[in-house]
Design a protein around this ligand. Structure first.
Ligand code: PMP
Length: 406
């Protein structure tokens, strides 16, 4: 049976079945990190119980086993995002390290004074600060593409910003604050007309839909395993072979070299050039298990379910006069940023937590976006496929209660 079975999915995530403050846990902080299904937890403990050894250092069975599991995990990621080659998948600690690797490498080898780097107004700090640093180092300039009042990229202005000096376009696939799904394929197409390198931050997209990097045709696509039901401390830097070949390594040391003398070193082949030191082996194996899990469920059904949650949440929010939603894009994923009356977001968050409901409050690592919106923070409820319509209703029932306390 390949239909989406919410009860079964919830059973696969043991953490969901618990009480917080005496109330059933309602976990609505999925944009910060997703929970882990049992098979991910088991894959990690199985690795440490049975196969733990360092990778690529051969000569014994456990090391061979660990290497095989580790490289199989890489191939699994390759298949999941439809990369052309397994060596286009580089392991990182997460999205942040992946963007730093790209930005730092481009600052060293590619960017020059007068170049322009375009980002959008809705970027996470992880896709702003590394480019600020890269711009300072290279003499390039950071250019910000604005958003409209719904929180969508203003496409006509974006197009006018592209010019012969545009060296890089770095944008998020899905906004972690507004939920906006960007038209990344079109963003990439226009960027290519001026030969800019394209970098897509997939942190919020990877857990909510299908990603095909060859179809998007971006040069780089990055994400974190922990937002895809995998462990923390593991992430992916996908780059087209030709781009990765040209990019200098971010860190140096063991594993990433071919030869070393006291005078100099030569770099290993892809992807190892970017994987200095002992990697997060258990993390990669855990992420592969998460991909197996996602592939085992009805993904189309899961996406449709999340869309229902999104619509239901909008409906309930619109029925409450004092709730203001930030991010009303036509094309939006299950992330809801809002303010209730003039209540401080952290007060709302605390009162929701007392009712067993986990949300995030604050600027969500998008301080420049908050400045544009003229606010200092929001309450953010973010859903995953294991959330239910009942939980959405409970959120609003809880908010009604919160109102009486404020
Ligand atoms: N970009 C976006 C859009 C995100 O939502 C996040 C995580 N909040 C990041 C980047 C950074 O991811 P990580 O902390 O896993 O490196």
């Amino acid at each position: 049976d390949n239909t989406f079975n919410i009860a079964k999915v919830r059973q696969d995530f043991p953490i969901l079945d618990q009480k917080v403050k005496g109330k059933p846990l309602i976990y609505l902080d999925n944009a910060a990190t997703t929970q882990k299904p049992q098979i991910v937890i088991d894959a990690i403990s199985q690795f440490y119980n049975m196969n733990n050894a360092n990778v690529h250092r051969g000569a014994h069975t456990l090391s061979d086993n660990a290497t095989e599991l580790f490289e199989n995990a890489r191939s699994k990621v390759q298949g999941f995002i439809n990369a052309k080659h397994a060596h286009e998948i580089v392991w990182t600690r997460g999205t942040t390290e992946a963007i730093n690797t790209i930005a730092s490498g481009l600052a060293q080898s590619f960017l020059k004074p007068g170049d322009e780097i375009i980002i959008s107004a809705m970027e996470h700090h992880a896709n702003i600060v590394p480019w600020q640093v890269a711009a300072k180092r290279s003499g390039a300039k950071l250019v910000v593409a604005p958003i409209n009042e719904k929180g969508e990229l203003n496409f006509s202005i974006y197009k006018t910003l592209l010019n012969k000096n545009t060296a890089v376009v770095a944008m998020t696939h899905v906004s972690n604050t507004l939920g906006t799904i960007n038209q990344v394929k079109e963003i990439v197409q226009f960027a290519q007309q001026v030969n800019a390198i394209t970098v897509i931050d997939g942190a919020q997209a990877i857990g909510h839909g299908f990603v095909d990097v060859q179809d998007l045709n971006c040069d780089f696509y990055v994400f974190s395993g922990h937002k895809l039901f995998g462990p923390t401390g593991i992430g992916v830097l996908y780059g087209k072979e030709v781009q990765l070949e040209q990019l200098p390594p971010f860190q140096t040391g063991g594993e990433m070299i071919k030869t070393v003398t006291f005078q100099q070193a030569t770099w290993n082949e892809l992807p190892y050039k970017f994987e200095a030191g002992t990697p997060n082996i258990a993390g990669a194996i855990g992420l592969a298990a998460a991909i197996d899990y996602v592939n085992s469920i009805d993904r189309v059904g899961a996406i449709a379910h999340e869309q229902r949650l999104t619509n239901y949440c909008s409906e309930l929010a619109n029925s409450m006069d004092d709730i203001h939603i930030y991010g009303t894009a036509e094309n939006k994923t299950a992330i809801f940023s809002f303010l209730m009356g003039d209540a401080h977001p952290s007060d709302v968050g605390t009162l929701l937590n007392q009712q067993g409901i986990a949300v995030r409050t604050g600027h969500h690592c998008t301080m420049p976006l908050m400045n544009e919106l003229g606010i200092s923070g929001t309450v953010r409820a973010s859903f995953s496929m294991y959330n239910t319509e009942e939980e959405v209703a409970m959120l609003f029932a809880a908010l009604t209660k919160v109102r009486t306390f404020l």
